[in-house]
Design a binder for this molecule. Structure first.
Ligand SMILES: Cc1cc2nc3c(=O)[nH]c(=O)nc-3n(C[C@H](O)[C@H](O)[C@H](O)COP(=O)(O)OP(=O)(O)OC[C@H]3O[C@@H](n4cnc5c(N)ncnc54)[C@H](O)[C@@H]3O)c2cc1C
Length: 215
């Protein structure tokens, strides 16, 4: 269920799940489907071991595969490019814990990362994306940007951050959009509605507007 506002009309932009969802997420994260391949003491053939666990879990429940697949894809990028302000995310990114509290990432025991690429006019062709990113300081990896635009398919909106595509003025680029900013305030990611999907209903996918969000 999507909760856009609290009782006083303050924006929440949160998704509330059935308790069974959280139990399933604890299970997939304990199996490290979200990060097994990227552990420092990486097992030989960890990709194969992860794929086997993934296939086994898929026999049981498929919706929970989306959050762990996106996180698994994002971890190696973040290990390389995580800005200094987010150094505290490294440990929870590699943990085997599921933590659904709405807290800044460095205070959490486990993290989930989503992806925001698809726009109404930009599906397979993401170069048609219109979401804009404007630099707030000098252009450099890890500097702050203001993000404005929409995403038409924004799955796992409860993720701790999304990697999103936006036009930077010098072409399409990739930005880290945390759900909560380091000072604990909510980033300006407005969830417009949840998708009425034919399949994969257990996993929330949303339509989102970025209103001067911070990337
Ligand atoms: C359950 C679900 C969850 C999703 N979650 C996310 C998410 O979290 N984040 C996100 O960003 N997106 C998400 N998506 C969106 C998904 O990434 C898009 O559906 C995908 O990018 C394809 O875009 P489209 O559906 O608009 O298809 P279109 O771009 O309209 O393409 C339709 C068909 O035409 C083909 N095609 C397109 N362009 C060309 C071309 N130039 N030449 C030849 N063939 C072409 C495509 O291969 C495809 O078969 C999700 C989708 C689903 C169904």
């Amino acid at each position: 269920m999507l909760l856009r506002y609290d009782a006083r009309g303050v924006r929440l932009d949160e998704v509330r799940f059935h308790p069974a969802w959280h139990l399933l997420m604890q299970g997939v994260c304990a199996s490290r489907l979200q990060n097994l391949s990227w552990q420092p003491d990486v097992l030989d053939r960890a990709m194969v071991a992860r794929a086997a666990r993934f296939i086994l879990h898929a026999q049981v429940e498929a919706g929970t595969l989306c959050p762990v697949t996106m996180t698994h894809a994002a971890v190696p990028l973040l290990q390389r490019w995580l800005p200094d302000d987010f150094a505290g995310w490294r440990e929870p990114l590699l943990s085997d814990r599921y933590d659904n509290h709405a807290l800044p990432g460095e205070q959490k025991r486990g993290l989930l990362i989503g992806m925001g690429m698809t726009e109404k006019q930009g599906g397979s062709d993401v170069t048609a994306n219109t979401t804009r990113a404007e630099p707030l300081a000098a252009r450099a990896p890890g500097s702050l940007w203001r993000i404005t635009g929409h995403k038409w398919f924004f799955s796992v909106p409860q993720s701790d951050a999304h990697l999103i595509l936006a036009q930077s003025g010098k072409g399409l680029s990739c930005f880290l959009l945390p759900r909560l900013l380091p000072d604990g305030t909510r980033n300006a990611i407005r969830l417009e509605r949840l998708k009425e999907k034919l399949g994969n209903r257990a996993n929330a996918s949303s339509e989102a507007e970025f209103q001067d969000a911070t990337g």
